[in-house]
Design a protein around this ligand. Sequence first.
Ligand SMILES: [Fe+2]
Length: 617
Amino acid sequence: MLVAAPVPPAETLKPFGADFPNLDSFAVGAWWDKKPPAKGKKGGGTPPPTMLVARDQVIAFALYTQQAGVLKLTAQLYPLYPEEAKVARLEVKRGDAWVEVAQAPVRFPGWSAHFRVEGWDGSKDVAYRVRHGEAAKFEGLVRRDPADKPTIVVANMSCNSSRTTGARPEILDNLLRQDPDLLFFAGDQTYRHTEHTAGWIEFGLQFREVMKDRPTICIPDDHDVGHPNLWGEGGRQSVQKDNSDGGYYYPVAYVNMVQRQQAWHLPDAFDPTPVQRGISVYYTRLKVGGMDFAILEDRKFKSGPLGKIPQQGPRPDHITDEKYDPKSIDVPGLQLLGERQLKFLAAWSEDWVGVRRKAVLSATAFCGAVHMHGKRDDRLLADLDCNGWPQSGRNEALRALRRVQAVHLCGDQHLAVTVKHGIEAFGDGPYSLTSPALVNTIYGRWWHPKDEKAGPNAVAGSPLPWTGDYFDGLGNRMSVLAYANPGDIQDERQRADGYGVARFDLRQDKVTFECWPRFSDARKGDSQQFPGWPQTFALADNDGRRPTGYLPAVELPAGPAVVQVIAEQTGETIYVRRLQGGAAFAPPVFAPGRYTVKVGVDRPDQRTLNALEPIAR
Ligand SMILES: [Fe+2]
């Protein structure tokens, strides 16, 4: 029997406009005729997986979060033929029966379907399956919130090179064994730039076995939206090939498709107002078992360097001039997190409903803890792609973390490090874990101080030669506690591929940072980790300021309590702390002056004491 070739509907031919006819080409128009590039051509030899699958396999994967009675679940489908239904169904298991709870249109471009189910009971494990047509099914488990679990485990991952195709069985095996309560993919889930749907499905196939059964956070980074770097500058149009002018290069419809596929399933945005040109935002919070994670978009509002600061190296974003003055690039008006996200962090820091501890997640690090970039001997002083620049914005962001004793988890750097940030002094800021690249075949980086000396306060007994207090190339203070340099970038077992794990021990009020090589075996224990890990820190030490005095003791409520201390002269919140109530608490302060103290149960909203002054002890 002869079957007529399908005709692609006109609206699927150039969804990103006439100027970008080839964007997402594996998933638009007559996608079924698309041939992978030949060997020797760009992308040849390492093509994405085929988009042509049996029709009972068209649901590639699913990912979800649930919070405050709302389940948000994204199902990613393979491209559909014109005659196929453009709707997916979500079913949950009640007893022995599958019950349909929602339908959702399959969106184009991108072929994703998005379910928002209200009235969700977060206290129960619930099996789900997504269906399409008669035969396609994808099954998983919405986990109950681990409210009674003493330790909340987060896997911290990023930078999943598309040059290395195929499964990641070693990582998957370890993750399934370590059984994280939350997966955090910090960005660069794919490097396919102009083929996000195919690259995203490739990523999904690699990690769906672990994603389908637990909450997953994905935030797109620069390569996910097709850039080498990203300074989003509030969504403006970037015209420079290197994007250093700030903004987004590809059409809004493409950027929004990427964000929809990767981040739609996050809890609703704190303030969903789009940025310029209608580009959507997703910064928000997710609570898992008493841990409250702020999810930041550290790229979206950040200023691009081109034309705003003097160029002092080969590129607008690379500084090599050893005699440059870091203050010359910290000019007024530059944005890092932006006003909107600082407002979000301020509101988040005062809300402790169902919260024991807080942490912050974003794409990249608030310092430049790296010397060699791209090649083993390519030394840069500073790379303005990291959140160490602009320095004032960096300090402001870190003060917001310190205020609630939050650690920071991120990726992007392709060099795993644990640092303790310094703001006014070494050690006074929060701890941070930057994950290694999951697969490091894009860009190697190394920590290698020029004088090859340990810094002051080096980690006692560390197997690593260069730990301790350092200034980064931007003049930021940081204490480097561990790093995982690639040994031989040509050898996949010495390339420092891997991922991080943060274990929040809520009983002992500690966090342990772990760093696992891709080819490690978690069954064999901690000796398998990169040298220098694991490391355990008291969560309270995320605020490393030394008290200069104490305010008069205030009575706390009988159960859990929240205390906020505000400097009256500046209006600045010095900190907001979750405390065990039932006793008096003398709030420490770090400078003389007059303070307001606010006290409550889950928010500092029940009592206000003004004009308190510290008394020396
Ligand atoms: Fe990356």
